[in-house]
Write a protein that binds this ligand. Sequence first.
Ligand code: IPD
Ligand code: CA
Ligand code: CA
Length: 270
Amino acid sequence: MLHSAVINVMIKAARRAGRNLKRDLGEVEHLQVSLKGPRNFVTAADRKAEEIVYEELAKARPGYGFLGEEGGAREGTDKSHRWIVDPLDGTTNFLHGIPQFAVSIALERDGLIVAGLTYNPANEEMFLAERGKGAYLNDQRIRVAARQKLADAVVACGLPHYGRGDLVLARREIAAAQQQFAGLRRYGAASLDLAWVAAGRLDAYWERDLSPWDMAAGILLVREAGGFVSDCDGGDAIFLKRGIVAGNETMQRELVRLLRAAAKDTTAAP
Ligand code: IPD
Ligand code: CA
Ligand code: CA
Protein backbone atom coordinates (compact mmCIF):
# COMPACT_ATOMS: atom_id res chain seq x y z
CA MET A 1 0.00 0.00 0.00
CA LEU A 2 1.37 3.46 -0.89
CA HIS A 3 1.49 5.81 2.08
CA SER A 4 1.87 9.57 2.03
CA ALA A 5 5.29 11.05 2.82
CA VAL A 6 4.22 12.13 6.29
CA ILE A 7 2.86 8.67 7.15
CA ASN A 8 6.14 7.10 5.99
CA VAL A 9 8.03 9.43 8.35
CA MET A 10 5.78 8.38 11.24
CA ILE A 11 6.11 4.65 10.42
CA LYS A 12 9.91 4.91 10.33
CA ALA A 13 10.01 6.67 13.71
CA ALA A 14 7.58 4.19 15.33
CA ARG A 15 9.40 1.12 14.00
CA ARG A 16 12.78 2.38 15.22
CA ALA A 17 11.42 3.15 18.69
CA GLY A 18 9.58 -0.19 18.65
CA ARG A 19 12.80 -2.13 17.98
CA ASN A 20 14.34 -0.49 21.04
CA LEU A 21 11.30 -1.26 23.19
CA LYS A 22 11.30 -4.91 22.13
CA ARG A 23 14.95 -5.14 23.15
CA ASP A 24 14.22 -3.49 26.50
CA LEU A 25 11.20 -5.76 27.04
CA GLY A 26 13.63 -8.67 27.09
CA GLU A 27 15.66 -6.97 29.82
CA VAL A 28 12.82 -5.34 31.72
CA GLU A 29 14.07 -6.60 35.09
CA HIS A 30 17.27 -4.55 34.62
CA LEU A 31 15.46 -1.42 33.45
CA GLN A 32 15.87 1.80 35.45
CA VAL A 33 12.40 2.68 36.75
CA SER A 34 11.22 5.83 38.55
CA LEU A 35 7.89 7.20 39.69
CA LYS A 36 6.09 10.22 38.17
CA GLY A 37 3.28 10.02 40.72
CA PRO A 38 1.38 7.39 42.73
CA ARG A 39 1.90 4.13 40.76
CA ASN A 40 2.73 6.11 37.62
CA PHE A 41 5.97 4.60 36.33
CA VAL A 42 8.47 5.97 33.81
CA THR A 43 11.36 3.95 32.62
CA ALA A 44 14.56 4.51 30.73
CA ALA A 45 12.72 2.77 27.88
CA ASP A 46 10.00 5.48 27.78
CA ARG A 47 12.64 8.21 27.59
CA LYS A 48 14.77 6.42 25.01
CA ALA A 49 11.75 5.76 22.80
CA GLU A 50 10.76 9.43 22.94
CA GLU A 51 14.28 10.50 22.03
CA ILE A 52 14.27 8.21 19.00
CA VAL A 53 10.83 9.39 17.83
CA TYR A 54 11.80 13.04 18.29
CA GLU A 55 15.07 12.52 16.38
CA GLU A 56 13.33 10.89 13.40
CA LEU A 57 10.45 13.39 13.22
CA ALA A 58 12.70 16.44 13.69
CA LYS A 59 15.05 15.17 10.96
CA ALA A 60 12.16 14.81 8.49
CA ARG A 61 10.16 17.91 9.51
CA PRO A 62 12.61 20.24 11.31
CA GLY A 63 10.17 23.14 11.93
CA TYR A 64 7.27 21.25 13.46
CA GLY A 65 6.38 21.60 17.16
CA PHE A 66 6.53 18.52 19.39
CA LEU A 67 4.51 17.53 22.48
CA GLY A 68 5.84 14.37 24.10
CA GLU A 69 4.72 12.73 27.36
CA GLU A 70 8.23 12.53 28.81
CA GLY A 71 9.93 15.67 27.47
CA GLY A 72 6.92 17.98 27.35
CA ALA A 73 6.39 20.65 24.68
CA ARG A 74 9.07 21.82 22.21
CA GLU A 75 8.15 24.89 20.16
CA GLY A 76 8.64 24.74 16.36
CA THR A 77 9.21 27.52 13.84
CA ASP A 78 6.19 26.21 11.89
CA LYS A 79 3.29 27.21 14.15
CA SER A 80 0.72 25.21 12.14
CA HIS A 81 2.16 21.76 12.74
CA ARG A 82 2.63 19.86 16.00
CA TRP A 83 3.48 16.24 16.73
CA ILE A 84 1.72 14.68 19.74
CA VAL A 85 3.64 11.62 20.97
CA ASP A 86 3.30 8.89 23.55
CA PRO A 87 6.57 6.96 23.16
CA LEU A 88 5.40 4.06 25.34
CA ASP A 89 1.72 3.78 26.10
CA GLY A 90 1.08 0.99 28.59
CA THR A 91 4.23 1.37 30.70
CA THR A 92 2.86 -0.70 33.57
CA ASN A 93 2.02 -3.54 31.14
CA PHE A 94 5.53 -3.20 29.67
CA LEU A 95 7.13 -3.45 33.12
CA HIS A 96 5.23 -6.70 33.73
CA GLY A 97 6.09 -8.17 30.33
CA ILE A 98 2.43 -7.87 29.23
CA PRO A 99 2.60 -7.46 25.41
CA GLN A 100 -0.09 -4.77 25.28
CA PHE A 101 1.78 -1.49 24.78
CA ALA A 102 2.38 0.88 21.91
CA VAL A 103 4.20 3.82 20.36
CA SER A 104 1.56 6.42 19.47
CA ILE A 105 2.18 9.40 17.16
CA ALA A 106 -0.26 12.02 15.88
CA LEU A 107 0.19 15.07 13.66
CA GLU A 108 -1.93 18.15 14.35
CA ARG A 109 -2.34 20.88 11.68
CA ASP A 110 -3.92 24.15 12.82
CA GLY A 111 -5.54 22.37 15.76
CA LEU A 112 -6.93 19.44 13.71
CA ILE A 113 -5.49 15.91 13.90
CA VAL A 114 -4.60 15.02 10.28
CA ALA A 115 -2.53 11.84 10.75
CA GLY A 116 -2.37 9.18 13.48
CA LEU A 117 -0.40 6.00 14.10
CA THR A 118 -0.42 3.47 16.95
CA TYR A 119 2.10 0.62 16.75
CA ASN A 120 2.32 -2.40 19.04
CA PRO A 121 5.83 -3.79 18.48
CA ALA A 122 5.07 -6.92 20.52
CA ASN A 123 2.65 -8.25 17.86
CA GLU A 124 3.71 -6.04 14.94
CA GLU A 125 0.29 -4.39 14.65
CA MET A 126 0.50 -0.99 12.93
CA PHE A 127 -2.71 1.04 13.07
CA LEU A 128 -2.70 4.19 10.97
CA ALA A 129 -5.05 6.80 9.59
CA GLU A 130 -4.93 10.00 7.58
CA ARG A 131 -7.73 12.55 7.52
CA GLY A 132 -10.20 11.73 4.74
CA LYS A 133 -8.26 8.59 3.70
CA GLY A 134 -9.61 5.92 6.06
CA ALA A 135 -8.04 3.80 8.80
CA TYR A 136 -5.81 0.72 8.34
CA LEU A 137 -4.30 -2.14 10.31
CA ASN A 138 -1.17 -3.50 8.60
CA ASP A 139 -2.48 -1.98 5.35
CA GLN A 140 -5.92 -3.64 5.63
CA ARG A 141 -8.83 -1.16 5.79
CA ILE A 142 -10.60 -1.29 9.18
CA ARG A 143 -14.12 -0.27 10.26
CA VAL A 144 -15.78 0.05 13.67
CA ALA A 145 -18.15 -2.79 14.66
CA ALA A 146 -21.78 -2.47 13.57
CA ARG A 147 -23.40 -3.94 16.69
CA GLN A 148 -26.44 -1.98 17.87
CA LYS A 149 -27.51 -3.93 20.98
CA LEU A 150 -25.71 -3.04 24.23
CA ALA A 151 -26.28 -6.58 25.51
CA ASP A 152 -24.06 -7.89 22.66
CA ALA A 153 -21.29 -5.35 23.18
CA VAL A 154 -17.80 -5.77 24.61
CA VAL A 155 -16.57 -2.47 26.02
CA ALA A 156 -13.19 -1.40 27.38
CA CYS A 157 -12.66 1.19 30.09
CA GLY A 158 -10.04 2.74 32.31
CA LEU A 159 -9.76 1.57 35.90
CA PRO A 160 -8.29 4.33 38.02
CA HIS A 161 -6.04 3.19 40.85
CA TYR A 162 -5.49 4.66 44.28
CA GLY A 163 -4.16 8.23 44.14
CA ARG A 164 -5.37 8.84 40.60
CA GLY A 165 -8.86 9.73 39.40
CA ASP A 166 -12.29 9.56 41.01
CA LEU A 167 -12.63 5.98 42.32
CA VAL A 168 -16.23 6.47 43.49
CA LEU A 169 -17.38 7.81 40.11
CA ALA A 170 -15.50 5.04 38.30
CA ARG A 171 -17.16 2.37 40.42
CA ARG A 172 -20.59 3.85 39.67
CA GLU A 173 -19.86 3.92 35.95
CA ILE A 174 -18.53 0.37 35.96
CA ALA A 175 -21.48 -0.93 38.00
CA ALA A 176 -23.89 0.67 35.50
CA ALA A 177 -21.93 -0.70 32.53
CA GLN A 178 -21.85 -4.22 34.00
CA GLN A 179 -25.64 -4.23 33.91
CA GLN A 180 -25.79 -3.25 30.23
CA PHE A 181 -22.93 -4.82 28.26
CA ALA A 182 -21.93 -8.40 27.40
CA GLY A 183 -18.43 -7.79 28.70
CA LEU A 184 -16.10 -5.17 30.21
CA ARG A 185 -12.35 -5.15 29.56
CA ARG A 186 -9.43 -3.26 31.07
CA TYR A 187 -6.33 -3.63 28.82
CA GLY A 188 -4.06 -0.89 30.14
CA ALA A 189 -3.05 1.04 27.00
CA ALA A 190 -5.52 3.80 26.01
CA SER A 191 -4.08 4.26 22.50
CA LEU A 192 -4.60 0.54 21.75
CA ASP A 193 -8.10 0.58 23.27
CA LEU A 194 -9.02 3.28 20.72
CA ALA A 195 -7.26 1.41 17.88
CA TRP A 196 -9.23 -1.74 18.78
CA VAL A 197 -12.49 0.22 18.61
CA ALA A 198 -11.42 1.41 15.13
CA ALA A 199 -10.71 -2.22 14.16
CA GLY A 200 -14.13 -3.42 15.41
CA ARG A 201 -12.63 -5.67 18.13
CA LEU A 202 -14.20 -3.54 20.85
CA ASP A 203 -17.67 -2.05 20.45
CA ALA A 204 -16.88 0.96 22.61
CA TYR A 205 -14.41 2.43 25.11
CA TRP A 206 -14.43 5.14 27.75
CA GLU A 207 -11.82 6.58 30.08
CA ARG A 208 -11.20 9.72 32.15
CA ASP A 209 -7.97 11.43 33.30
CA LEU A 210 -6.19 10.97 29.98
CA SER A 211 -3.66 13.27 28.31
CA PRO A 212 -3.59 14.41 24.65
CA TRP A 213 -0.82 11.90 23.81
CA ASP A 214 -2.99 8.98 25.07
CA MET A 215 -5.84 9.93 22.74
CA ALA A 216 -4.69 11.97 19.71
CA ALA A 217 -3.91 9.19 17.21
CA GLY A 218 -6.87 7.10 18.42
CA ILE A 219 -9.37 9.93 17.84
CA LEU A 220 -8.50 10.00 14.13
CA LEU A 221 -8.32 6.20 13.86
CA VAL A 222 -11.86 5.80 15.22
CA ARG A 223 -13.30 8.63 13.11
CA GLU A 224 -11.62 7.40 9.90
CA ALA A 225 -12.99 3.90 10.66
CA GLY A 226 -16.54 5.33 10.65
CA GLY A 227 -16.82 5.74 14.42
CA PHE A 228 -17.76 8.57 16.77
CA VAL A 229 -15.64 10.11 19.52
CA SER A 230 -16.54 12.67 22.19
CA ASP A 231 -15.66 13.79 25.70
CA CYS A 232 -17.50 12.00 28.53
CA ASP A 233 -20.36 14.53 28.38
CA GLY A 234 -20.88 13.98 24.66
CA GLY A 235 -19.13 17.20 23.62
CA ASP A 236 -15.95 18.00 21.70
CA ALA A 237 -13.72 19.13 24.60
CA ILE A 238 -11.78 15.85 24.67
CA PHE A 239 -8.33 17.27 25.43
CA LEU A 240 -9.69 19.98 27.75
CA LYS A 241 -11.90 17.61 29.79
CA ARG A 242 -9.25 14.84 29.62
CA GLY A 243 -11.81 12.11 28.95
CA ILE A 244 -13.06 10.14 25.95
CA VAL A 245 -15.96 7.98 24.75
CA ALA A 246 -15.61 6.09 21.43
CA GLY A 247 -17.70 3.61 19.43
CA ASN A 248 -20.08 3.41 16.50
CA GLU A 249 -22.83 6.06 16.53
CA THR A 250 -25.23 4.04 18.71
CA MET A 251 -22.62 2.76 21.16
CA GLN A 252 -20.98 6.17 21.64
CA ARG A 253 -24.35 7.87 22.21
CA GLU A 254 -25.63 5.17 24.60
CA LEU A 255 -22.36 5.08 26.55
CA VAL A 256 -22.44 8.87 27.05
CA ARG A 257 -26.04 8.53 28.24
CA LEU A 258 -24.98 5.78 30.68
CA LEU A 259 -22.03 7.79 32.06
CA ARG A 260 -24.17 10.90 32.57
CA ALA A 261 -26.81 8.86 34.44
CA ALA A 262 -24.17 7.11 36.58
CA ALA A 263 -22.59 10.46 37.52
CA LYS A 264 -26.00 11.78 38.62
CA ASP A 265 -27.03 8.62 40.48
CA THR A 266 -25.55 9.30 43.92
CA THR A 267 -27.82 6.64 45.44
CA ALA A 268 -25.95 3.82 43.68
CA ALA A 269 -23.57 2.09 46.06
CA PRO A 270 -20.04 3.40 45.25
C1 IPD B 1 -1.50 5.05 30.59
C2 IPD B 1 -2.26 3.96 29.84
C3 IPD B 1 -3.40 3.46 30.72
C4 IPD B 1 -4.31 4.57 31.18
C5 IPD B 1 -3.54 5.65 31.89
C6 IPD B 1 -2.42 6.18 30.97
P1 IPD B 1 1.06 5.38 30.09
O1 IPD B 1 -0.51 5.57 29.77
O2 IPD B 1 -2.78 4.45 28.64
O3 IPD B 1 -4.18 2.53 30.00
O4 IPD B 1 -5.29 4.07 32.04
O5 IPD B 1 -4.39 6.71 32.27
O6 IPD B 1 -1.67 7.17 31.66
O7 IPD B 1 1.31 6.10 31.39
O8 IPD B 1 1.33 3.93 30.22
O9 IPD B 1 1.70 6.03 28.92
CA1 CA C 1 -0.13 6.93 27.79
CA1 CA D 1 3.56 6.82 28.07
